[in-house]
Design a protein around this ligand. Structure first.
Ligand code: FCB
Length: 456
């Protein structure tokens, strides 16, 4: 194996990402807490319950864990239903809580990135029709203004919306998230409203805090076309456009193109100071006449490559560079990796996944992609939405026993700590953390001896 130091740029941000409902515990006023009450919505009927107990202050000890991993940043979200428990009524105590949380990050030299919408909505918004109601845009803007007024002196990096198309797909097409719908028409309307909401939030934040850096977190999936390609490629293209590209096109051109037509949203144009990439899985896409409500597009999990135990799709770390390259060409702003990780309670695959991901990221940066930071999903095992606390969906660098709140350090946390401290991935790390794979991943110069130069 060759020795190496893959150095990252000075000032690169290394952190982990979390979201309010998944870690706080005690949320009772949002659509997820209502959804959790119905059998069949969450793995084994589980509820988020105390989650990681952050609302009671346990975030401080977890932030200490981030410091122990030499992180210099953390991405988290604020819970709308706590801050605005009724339309137009804001709860100062909730805002003060988040002031303390941000201060706890700043005291530890962890740069905060704050997400304003991460999947959950206040119950009152759900009662008004949620994101199907065009008024959701103004409601969201009002909430954003209040948050930025309260936290703007402490926060520079704002993330308006997390994974709009996952929210749309899971909530309005697949029915796995609230409100549990299966309708392309509803999906389309909600997408329009989310793009308008991002634009309204962007302009509101800049208005209050001109120096703010505003972006959003976009999930991208890698897609393989089922064979024969001639039949399945159009379906793959529909899926790729809908899931990966349409929203981004809306942000860069001000026109959203979805099945059913075009919508001009000129205020959305050029509303990115940065773009966040959330990347997890590769899927297989093809045509399936049995699912008209999904435009006949079937996206399934292939059983090959580097798989975590029972992961949703195929974990394919090299997709990171693929998406960074595409985004670098299509959006004119710096990128952050706002989420990347894999579920693996035993930590059997995670160190390899992390090394391959960071390698892929480094390669993209060295091809002149402007990437400013990397946020691993996630710090501590948490409430994984429809998967609840299913042991097959533990994404944490630290484990968490949700009965006792006891944390346990996984070896990936030690690896991540070394990467963050060195601001580099090194051959020595690969040799120690993935001894069985290091040679194959990073072959030595002896491999080059086999390479023949063409005869002149
Ligand atoms: C992303 C979500 C995040 C978490 C990870 C595993 O889609 O943004 O909240 O559930 O997946």
């Amino acid at each position: 194996m060759v020795d190496f130091t893959m150095q990252f740029p000075a000032g690169f941000l290394w952190g982990t990402a979390t979201s309010a409902h998944q870690v706080e515990g005690g949320n009772t006023n949002n659509n997820w807490s209502a959804w959790e009450k119905n059998a069949g919505h969450v793995f084994q009927g589980q509820k988020s319950g105390q989650a990681c107990d952050w609302w009671n202050g346990r975030y401080t000890e977890d932030f200490d864990r981030a410091v122990a991993m030499h992180n210099n940043a953390h991405r988290l979200s604020v819970e709308w239903s706590r801050i605005e428990p009724e339309p137009g009524r804001f709860d100062d105590a909730a805002l003060e809580h988040y002031v303390r949380v941000i201060d706890a990050l700043r005291e530890r030299n962890l740069e905060p990135m704050v997400t304003l919408h991460h999947f959950t909505n206040p119950l009152w918004l759900q009662d008004k029709g949620g994101w199907l109601n065009p008024d959701a845009v103004q409601h969201f803007e009002g909430f954003v203004r209040r948050v930025v007024e309260a936290l703007g002196d402490r926060v520079t990096l704002w993330c308006t919306i997390n994974e709009p198309m996952v929210f749309v797909q899971a909530g309005y097409i697949m029915g796995r998230f609230p409100p549990g719908k299966h309708s392309m028409g509803a999906a389309r309307r909600v997408t329009v409203h989310l793009l308008k909401a991002h634009a309204a939030a962007y302009h509101a934040i800049k208005d209050i805090q001109p120096g703010a850096q505003v972006g959003l977190a976009k999930a991208m999936i890698s897609l393989k076309t089922r064979t024969p390609g001639l039949i399945h490629k159009p379906a793959r293209n529909i899926s790729r456009h809908f899931f990966n590209r349409a929203f981004i096109e809306g942000l860069t051109t001000g026109v959203l193109r979805l099945a059913g037509g075009k919508t001009a949203i000129p205020e959305a144009r050029d509303t990115l100071d940065w773009l966040g990439l959330n990347y997890y899985y590769r899927f297989q896409a093809g045509l399936n006449p049995l699912i008209p409500h999904r435009l006949f597009v079937d996206v399934t999990r292939p059983r090959e490559g580097l798989l975590g135990p029972e992961s949703v799709g195929e974990c394919w770390p090299e997709g990171l560079a693929e998406h960074i390259k595409w985004l670098s060409r299509h959006v004119g702003c710096p990128l952050y990796i706002t989420e990347n990780g894999m579920p693996d309670a035993d930590d059997t695959y995670r160190p390899l996944h992390m090394i391959r991901s960071v390698h892929s990221l480094w390669q993209a940066i060295n091809m002149n992609a402007s990437v400013k930071g990397y946020f691993y999903w996630t710090l501590v095992d948490n409430f994984e939405w429809a998967e609840g606390y299913d042991p097959r969906f533990r994404f944490g660098l630290y484990g968490c026993d949700h009965e006792t709140q006891e944390r346990s350090k996984r070896q990936s946390a030690a690896l991540y700590g070394e990467i963050c401290e060195a601001n580099a991935l090194t051959g020595d790390m690969a040799r120690r953390y993935v001894p069985d794979h290091a040679d194959a991943l990073f072959p030595g110069v002896d491999v080059l001896a086999e390479v023949r130069l063409p005869e002149r």
